[in-house]
Ligand binder design. Structure first.
Ligand SMILES: CC(C)(COP(=O)(O)OP(=O)(O)OC[C@H]1O[C@@H](n2cnc3c(N)ncnc32)[C@H](O)[C@@H]1OP(=O)(O)O)[C@@H](O)C(=O)NCCC(=O)NCCS
Length: 324
């Protein structure tokens, strides 16, 4: 195995990192513009370590760790990631890299390391298993062929609008909604619902400032961000992310206020995002959901989404280092 060297990644490496992530898992390309933006806008209280790995003087992988503010992360978890380009893909190289980034994450006083990989990444699964990471959850990943299902979905979107109108629910986009308090209301809806996504690890509350920045990112235009309204109260939302340079068009988040669930609103508002994508000529859209999230899995199945390999969330408990 050629010797691996590591260097910290600077902001100007964001594009290189997006290229390496894409070369690591080409089926889901990473966008360089949104990658850089994420690096420019750290979440409040979060800490990040980012590195480029080189072999024979050539960049071959992007590695990272990230954790929230320890006083808000009860379980002490820290995410670690290794994106090794396929031309250099070897289980032993992955083991070396996960060990290296895991050591750095442990030095951050992490108590639990979390790593994702896709279900069809045999070498990654093997490396994580060899390092005693355990499979904890599955994120189901789906794709919807809008060319094949376009006319049916457009019809269902129209029917859903009729049903919402009959129930006194309005629908709008963020661009068309002029409530001066709209971003704060959406932040509240986001925070009220996100804990209901099945999960194992602590979810850190998103600061309003961070939500405000995230919602104006260039991959989520406000005329494509859909909201269901009961009067001036947002009761459901759904949006697709449209990466500016490359990568799949993908659902960002769909949710319904707990008091309004089971009335078809998530399905109705998600359908509006799909109908618009069809009009825009998008051929395929993706989405990912926790394997235990029964209502959204049911919605996606009935909308015609097809499963593709999902993501495996791995956990490894580590001992808190006294010297850190
Ligand atoms: C998932 C969520 C968006 C669903 O919202 P909703 O407005 O209640 O959804 P809908 O009423 O449109 O549809 C729910 C469907 O799931 C079905 N369903 C509900 N519980 C179910 C279960 N345990 N097993 C199978 N199907 C179930 C309902 O019967 C309904 O299907 P139907 O219309 O064919 O009868 C909502 O629960 C939520 O906000 N959860 C938290 C955020 C989240 O998990 N978002 C999605 C993943 S990112």
């Amino acid at each position: 195995m050629a010797k691996v060297t590591y260097r910290p990644a600077e902001l100007d490496d964001a594009e290189l990192a997006a290229d390496l992530m894409t070369a690591s898992y080409p089926a889901l390309a990473q966008d360089p513009v949104t990658t850089r933006l994420r690096w420019e806008q750290p979440r409040r209280g979060f800490l990040y370590g980012r590195f480029i790995a080189e072999m024979n003087g050539k960049p071959v992988a992007f590695l990272g760790w990230v954790h929230g503010p320890w006083n808000e992360v009860e379980d002490g978890h820290c995410e670690v990631e290794v994106w090794l380009e396929r031309s250099a893909l070897e289980r032993d190289v992955l083991i070396e890299m996960f060990t290296w980034i895991g050591d750095r994450a442990e030095a951050e006083r992490s108590r639990l390391l979390m790593a994702y990989c896709a279900e069809d990444e045999a070498e990654m699964l093997g490396a994580l298993d060899a390092l005693a990471y355990r499979r904890e959850r599955i994120e189901r990943v789906w794709e919807l062929d809008l060319k094949a299902h376009g006319p049916r979905l457009a019809g269902e979107a129209a029917e859903a609008r009729d049903r919402m109108a009959a129930a006194g629910i309005e629908w709008t986009t963020l661009a068309g909604w002029h409530d001066p308090d709209r971003i704060r209301k959406l932040h509240e809806l986001n925070e009220r619902t996100v804990e209901d996504v099945p999960h194992t690890l602590t979810i850190v509350r998103e600061a309003f400032d961070d939500f405000e920045k995230r919602i104006v990112a260039p991959d989520r235009p406000h005329d494509r961000f859909w909201i269901a309204l009961d009067g001036d109260r947002p009761v459901a939302m759904s949006y697709l992310k449209f990466p500016p340079v490359r990568g799949p068009v993908w659902t960002g988040y769909t949710c319904t206020d707990p008091e309004y669930r089971g009335r078809g609103l998530a399905r109705a508002i998600k359908l509006q995002t799909l109908a618009q994508a069809i009009e825009l000529g998008v051929p395929v859209v993706g989405t990912a959901n926790d394997g235990e999230n029964a209502p959204i899995l049911h919605i996606n199945e009935t909308l015609g989404y097809q499963r593709r390999p999902g993501f495996v969330e791995h956990h490894k408990r580590v001992t808190k280092r006294q010297d850190a």
